[in-house]
Design a binder for this molecule. Structure first.
Ligand code: FAD
Length: 246
């Protein structure tokens, strides 16, 4: 099914054109958007877009949150990396989309930036968080002290982390375990040695996993809540419904 341009526009939404589709890894596809509608967009890599994709079951558009992987206002172009996890509307759209097709989105939004004044940074997440972590890593100065804990299926899902800094990068393979069913990320963070000084921790991914790690860091490690950004990005126990107004 070829997605139709939305019949009615939402407040402050943008409709851009898919310029290219690139298979980054076996489970990750990068969709590059282009077109005049991207001119002047106040987008920053790492921010969130609400995209609208067709739900093949209901025939309606549904909204999903995705990260601005990269944005070049001069081109203009905007990249979004999609995990090809299965039968969700967004994953299906990303698997099938071809250059020339439209994508409507709202945003971007989000104020998180790596704090340049702290002694250390820790970023952790599964592959849905990888585009944001790549974006934040690229913002780190060369002398930043940073640790990255990244859960992916296997070595084929590992990606470059372009950054001026020299972070320690720990790839965690969940192997045959289903996404969201592995404890590799939680186990790694329970074992992590945090550097001395003031730091910032950013964690995102499977919601129950993120909640457990957050609780551990606050209650068992005594991490100040203000030093911790933790956000659930998806939940394997939740069957999604059609967005209101979609
Ligand atoms: C702020 C924010 C930023 C995000 N950025 C990105 C991003 O840049 N790239 C990206 O790929 N995702 C990102 N996500 C996660 C993405 O929004 C969810 O994975 C979303 O559920 C995918 O929508 P869908 O229509 O494909 O599947 P849904 O209809 O939402 O879900 C269908 C089924 O698939 C399961 N499911 C959903 N996601 C996954 C997954 N990753 N692995 C395994 N099973 C899954 C659900 O539990 C459900 O059972 C982000 C989420 C948030 C909140």
């Amino acid at each position: 099914m070829r997605p139709q341009a939305p019949a009615r526009s939402r407040a402050a939404s943008t409709v851009a054109t898919v310029a290219s589709v690139r298979q980054v890894t076996p489970r990750m596809t990068q969709v590059r958007l282009a077109g005049e509608s991207l001119v002047g967009l106040a987008a920053v890599p790492g921010q969130t877009l609400k995209i609208y994709v067709p739900d093949l079951i209901s025939g309606r558009l549904v909204s999903r949150d995705y990260t601005v992987r990269d944005y070049d206002p001069a081109a203009p172009r905007l990249d979004i990396d999609f995990v090809l996890h299965g039968p969700g509307p967004a994953a299906i759209w990303a698997r099938r989309v071809r250059p020339g097709e439209p994508l409507e989105f709202v945003g971007s939004s989000g104020r998180y930036r790596p704090d340049p004044h702290v002694d250390w940074h820790l970023f952790a997440g599964d592959e849905t968080a990888l585009p944001a972590i790549q974006a934040y890593a690229a913002m780190l100065p060369a002398d930043a002290c940073a640790q990255l804990y990244l859960e992916v299926a296997d070595a084929a899902e590992q990606q470059p982390i372009p950054t001026a800094a020299h972070p320690s990068v720990c790839w965690l393979h969940r192997g045959d375990r289903e996404p969201g069913a592995s404890t590799v990320l939680e186990d790694a963070l329970r074992a992590v040695r945090l550097p001395p000084g003031q730091g910032r921790i950013w964690i995102a991914g499977h919601t129950p996993t993120v909640r457990r790690i957050r609780a551990h860091l606050i209650t068992e490690r005594g991490i100040d809540r203000r030093a911790l950004y933790a956000r659930g990005f998806w939940d394997r126990s939740i069957a999604r419904s059609v967005a209101p107004g979609g």
